[in-house]
Design a protein around this ligand. Structure first.
Ligand code: MG
Length: 136
């Protein structure tokens, strides 16, 4: 599982969803959580953290957002040198289920369909961590 000091960025245009994700992360002991309200703001946070030498290590991101969607943010990251392999979990709604293939092709690490239970959330995080090849 991700260490509790992992720098995690939560991106969602709905504050209630951000709060929900943050509280689930807190319940897992995560202590280093940032947030942003759209994909563009999220990208700025990711760039600034990298510039400071304290990069974001996991992104948990909504799909449907103004300015830059989660899928667009994912594609932007994957197209870059620095963030091509940054772990990225996409939060989708039931109506976006059919579009998930596009996110998989774009290199998403995992996706979670909202609403989700705490256990499912934890399992997805573990799956992403295990994929990084650092399972212990
Ligand atoms: Mg949204």
């Amino acid at each position: 599982m991700f260490p509790q000091n992992t720098k995690i960025l939560v991106v969602d245009d709905m504050p209630t969803i951000r709060d929900l994700v943050k509280s689930q992360l807190r319940a897992l002991g995560m202590k280093n959580v940032l947030e942003a309200g759209d994909g563009q703001a999220g990208f700025t946070v990711i760039e600034n953290a990298m510039a400071l030498g304290l990069p974001v290590e996991l992104v948990i991101c909504d799909w449907n957002m103004p300015k830059l969607t989660g899928l667009e943010l994912l594609k932007q990251l994957r197209a870059s040198d620095e963030f091509a392999s940054l772990p990225f979990i996409l939060l989708t709604s039931e109506s976006e289920r059919d579009q998930v293939t596009e996110a998989i092709l774009a290199g998403v690490s995992q996706y979670i369909v909202k609403p989700f239970a705490a256990k499912a959330f934890e399992d997805k995080l573990k799956a992403v961590w295990n994929k990084l090849g650092k399972a212990s």
